[in-house]
Design a protein around this ligand. Sequence first.
Ligand SMILES: Cc1cc2nc3c(=O)[nH]c(=O)nc-3n(C[C@H](O)[C@H](O)[C@H](O)COP(=O)(O)O)c2cc1C
Length: 182
Amino acid sequence: MKDVAVIYKTVYGSTEKYAAWIAGELQADLYKLEDIDIATLENYRHLVFGAPMFALRRFPRRRIVMLLRDDPEKHLFIFGVALGIIVFHGDARLAFLERLPEDVRPRVRFFTYSGAIDYHRLRPGHRLILHFLYRHLRRIVPSKRDEQTQKFFDSYGIAADFTDLKATASLIEACRQLIKKP
Ligand SMILES: Cc1cc2nc3c(=O)[nH]c(=O)nc-3n(C[C@H](O)[C@H](O)[C@H](O)COP(=O)(O)O)c2cc1C
């Protein structure tokens, strides 16, 4: 049995950057979600899954839950990538965890990382969604905007990269601790 598989979904590349970094640090196998047969994940002790927050619904929840149930030692680390504030997705982290059955939840940990955006490269539909998000957020008066909201405003319409690979340290450390266990 191998130690760790890192599986990711990306649209514009920032989640892939985090996934490749984590896989490198953990010497794990790296897979694009589209390219993997979920059944092969049986062969790994632990799983790391990353996606942009807005694409978290693509997570193959039922099949991963089955894998976790089949192997009570298996842990799942999820990371969601966003610019900062998650307005249209509500509390995506909480919603994700709540949709997992209670028996597997203690073996699942969720992390959030800052992503990147380049408005010149956005698909038209995505640009529209972000325009609505911008209009929604503009109602928050500047003095009440927190750091995350401000990040969104600062990057609106341009290219900005908030990715910070150091932010993955706690996920990597937690996973290493598990791998060490016999
Ligand atoms: C359709 C769409 C919706 C998004 N919604 C949000 C959002 O609600 N909050 C946020 O902080 N960032 C949002 N973003 C920004 C992305 O989360 C960010 O660009 C992320 O880094 C994309 O990951 P990727 O590069 O792996 O595709 C959105 C981006 C797109 C394209």
